[in-house]
Write a protein that binds this ligand. Structure first.
Ligand code: D5M
Ligand code: FE
Ligand code: ZN
Length: 501
């Protein structure tokens, strides 16, 4: 039976972890169970885990119970909240100068996401193809920098004892006992050890596994390269914001976590009322981009059921649909999934499945994670931000409270999730969709439940808060959320403000 299950899966481009297979073998009809698991995905994951199976079962059970109970759910707070104060941080000029959203014809396109285009089949070849694509694309960007020109192959560089320039993927980076830093760098020809001396300013340059860098250094007779400078793919320095003709405003949210007991219904009512009946600023918001974890999901982490008000994922999306349905008609909403949503957890994630999409009004658009949008010609890159967990673990000084630091590193590395094999599951697609190939005008993330706006080399940075209070899990890990903030960006100026609810 084990072989039949494996055969069934490989024919459909998936593999399964041993404990997932053991679980399936214990089912009354293992083949029927495995078919049911696969059906629960819009795009089956490359490797099915026990967690996926438990989640698939829970989704099915929850759907069945929903039909039985027909759950409908509303925030349990008064429908009309007190008028919301405009924070001092929103200047009156910004508040008053927006073009009314009702005067703006829609111009929104999804330029790039994985939805419907997943090709990974789960062979070993997928991994090498994936990394080859990552290396060649990012090496090309490094080479296009003035300081990256003239790089040679590592195999060649190792035979030279003069100054050399190489470009490689970081296979390992660690501190030596003497405080130097040793980087194992690989290209298509060979691997070299690069030494960054402890007294060099380069030791504090954040480097992580699996990113692509250029190194200028001097080779020694043992094939070691002593680094003089490190070249990141980075962004060109001079960039100006594209400036739309009208003063079009885009608001950002993420991590609404509908269905969680700690979802902040009272704050939601405030923001909803403000968007629907608020001041000039509210009336100028034409688009709302929601960057993942739109519901709390089920089976996402151990004992999550204890934290759920709605233990049925469809009911969670239904509740969200009715919440978004109360927003004004002139507001176009874009939903991306996050690690709590009902799509494959491996990134890039496709848009929410069609049965879920059908629960929503027609003013909601569904995109994948990550996703590049064009909004009136302004390029907006949205990414939920799971890789920030890996940045925080890998780099000293990175914290959950300062997401802009990690976002700047993503732009410098031109990659949303460089670290492979950490907490961020990555599907080895034929192309690396997590590469930041075209430079965005606005870059937005969520996930860390913080809130921040900033800028890096002309790119507007937004981390878009949460509508969930502190969970017991976050309390345990000392994560203090910064909920109920609404960042708003003006597409005419690139100016960003944050409104607090
Ligand atoms: O993530 C909410 C917050 O919790 C965010 O700051 C990341 C953090 N988080 C999530 N998962 C982990 C793990 N496994 N370790 C440490 N910190 C984590 P959310 O995606 O909403 O659950
Ligand atoms: Fe979240
Ligand atoms: Zn998240």
């Amino acid at each position: 039976m084990r072989d039949r299950i494996l055969h069934f899966l490989t024919e459909r481009g998936s593999l399964a972890e041993p404990d997932a297979i053991a679980y399936l073998l214990k089912q009354e009809d293992p083949l029927a169970s495995v078919a049911e698991v696969l059906r629960s995905f819009q795009e089956p994951p490359f490797v099915i885990t026990l967690d996926d199976i438990v989640r698939a079962g829970a989704i099915g059970r929850a759907a069945a119970s929903r039909v039985a109970k027909d759950v409908t759910w509303q925030p349990t707070v008064p429908q009309v909240g007190p008028p919301t104060r405009v924070e001092a941080s929103v200047p009156a000029t910004f508040r008053q100068s927006g073009t009314p959203a009702t005067d703006i014809a829609e111009d929104l396109r999804i330029l790039k996401d994985i939805t419907g285009r997943s090709t990974c089949e789960g062979t070993l070849g997928d991994f090498s193809r994936y990394f080859r694509h990552r290396y060649t694309t990012l090496a090309r960007i490094v080479r296009s920098r003035p300081e990256g020109a003239g790089a040679i192959e590592i195999a060649h560089a190792k035979r030279l004892t003069r100054e050399v320039k190489v470009i490689g993927i970081v296979r390992d980076v660690r501190a030596t006992r003497n405080g130097h830093r040793l980087i194992e760098l690989e290209d298509e020809t060979d691997t070299a050890n690069v030494l960054v001396l402890a007294d060099s300013s380069l030791v504090s340059d954040p480097i992580v596994d699996d990113e692509v860098i250029g190194v200028v250094g001097k080779g020694n007779d043992r094939g070691l390269i002593i680094a003089k400078s490190i070249i990141h793919p980075d962004l060109p320095t001079a960039r100006t914001f594209p400036r739309t003709e009208d003063r079009i405003r885009v608001a950002f949210m993420s991590d609404i976590h509908v269905g969680s007991r700690s979802f902040l219904a009272d704050r939601w009512v405030k923001v909803r009322n403000w968007i629907a009946n608020g001041d000039e600023l509210a009336r100028s918001i034409r688009y709302l981009i929601v960057c993942g974890d739109v519901v709390d999901g089920i089976g996402v982490y151990p004992r999550q059921d204890e934290d759920l008000l709605l233990d049925d994922v469809y009911a969670q999306y239904e509740a969200l649909a009715s919440m978004l349905g109360e927003l004004p008609d002139h507001l176009r909403v874009v939903l991306l999934p996050g690690n709590h949503d009902a799509v494959r957890p491996a990134e890039p994630q496709p848009a929410l499945p069609v049965p879920v999409q059908k629960l929503f009004d027609s003013n909601v658009v569904f995109a994948g994670n990550p996703c590049t949008l064009s909004v009136h010609g302004v390029r907006i890159l949205g990414y939920h931000g799971r890789s920030m967990d890996d940045f925080v673990s890998a780099l000293p000084g990175m914290t959950y409270g300062k997401p802009l630091d990690a976002m700047r590193e993503m732009l410098r590395k031109r990659h949303l999730a460089p670290i492979y094999g950490g907490k961020t599951p990555i599907a080895p697609e034929a192309e690396d969709h997590l590469i930041i190939d075209a430079v965005p005008d606005v870059f937005v993330t969520g996930h860390v439940h913080a809130a921040a706006i900033g800028e890096y080399r002309g790119v507007v940075l937004v981390n878009s808060s949460t509508w969930q209070g502190q969970t017991s899990y976050q309390k345990m890990h000392n994560i203090e959320p910064m909920p109920a903030r609404l960042p708003v960006v003006d597409l005419h100026t690139g100016e960003a403000v944050m409104k607090v609810f």
